[in-house]
Write a protein that binds this ligand. Structure first.
Ligand code: SF4
Length: 285
């Protein structure tokens, strides 16, 4: 269905403007989606997470490293950029914050030591976009490499403690959308996606087939269609009970990590909010 076609109750349907994270939030828990994207006034979020602070600082440092002239893309420069980008939100205390900062600095220094400073990525934190029948999808890719005859490659930095597998790269809707959107935006073939896990230095690679990538895009479009219809109904005015039924809770382990745990009695009943520093793999002092 294209933009301007009639949707719910004859109302014109617009394309859902969405980053892949919006689609995955809905898939993880429709109630969380509603709390994050629709409810107004917006419900209060939980406190910031320390692991997000660490991840954001690492991403910023690496992006800024590529912005330096090649002769200044050194290992010590990466450490300085990490210090400049450091965020102290969410840590238990100064000692834990300092330990995390030191670990993050080691991560970026070790990572850039294996890079060729004379490479020039096609994109660093580059926004790419793709239209499907029901959605205008967009996203900011950590890095897009030019691998010559292989085409361009989506590189996603990961700083979490969980070890990654090829399945993480293969099944990631976000990575697939980034690949398809990179191809559309840059007019270069893009089938490969890579997860660069900074804590271990591992690089997880997946080469999508044409069919595999198309399947992911169709899936994204189908989720977007479902969301768009629900959202349109929600905005046209529904009762509180109807809204709850339209966006049901999906309780589980995720609830302890949910920013909206405090606004969700069902989730709070199964999992108390985790400590803001619980996502770090550092000892708590
Ligand atoms: S606490 Fe759990 S059920 Fe509630 S919104 Fe968050 S993820 Fe969904």
């Amino acid at each position: 269905m294209s933009e301007g076609q009639l949707g719910f109750e004859g109302m014109p349907r617009r394309l859902l403007q969405a980053a892949p994270s919006r689609l995955s939030t809905y898939q993880d828990c429709p109630r969380r989606y509603r709390l994050r994207y629709l409810d107004r006034p917006a419900p209060p979020k939980g406190p910031p997470w320390a692991h997000n602070s660490l991840g954001a600082a690492v991403h910023t440092a690496l992006a800024n490293w590529w912005k330096l002239p090649p002769t200044r893309r050194t290992v010590p420069a990466a450490g300085v950029l990490l210090d400049d980008a450091w965020l102290s939100d969410g840590f238990r205390n100064d000692e834990q914050c300092a330990a995390a900062r030191s670990r993050a600095r080691q991560m970026v220094e070790r990572y850039v030591a294996d890079l060729d400073p004379h490479d020039e990525p096609v994109g660093v934190e580059r926004t790419v976009a793709l239209k499907t029948d029901h959605a205008a999808l967009f996203g900011r890719v950590d890095r897009i490499d030019d691998r010559g005859a292989e085409g361009v490659v989506v590189v996603d930095y990961k700083t979490g403690r969980h070890l990654l597998t090829v399945d993480d790269a293969r099944t990631s809707l976000a990575l697939a959308v980034y690949a398809a959107a990179s191809e559309r935006t840059l007019h270069r073939r893009c089938r490969r996606v890579e997860l660069h896990h900074l804590p271990t230095g591992e690089v997880i690679v997946w080469d999508h087939s044409d069919d595999g990538l198309a399947r992911h895009v169709r899936r994204a479009d189908s989720i977007a269609a479902e969301i768009a219809e629900l959202d349109q109904r929600f905005r046209s005015g529904v009762s509180h009970a109807e809204a709850d039924a339209m966006y049901p809770t999906k309780v589980g382990q995720l609830c302890g990590w949910c920013d909206y745990n405090r606004s969700c009695p069902q989730g709070a009943a199964v999992a108390r909010p985790r400590d803001p520093w619980a996502g770090l793999d550092l000892p708590v002092s």
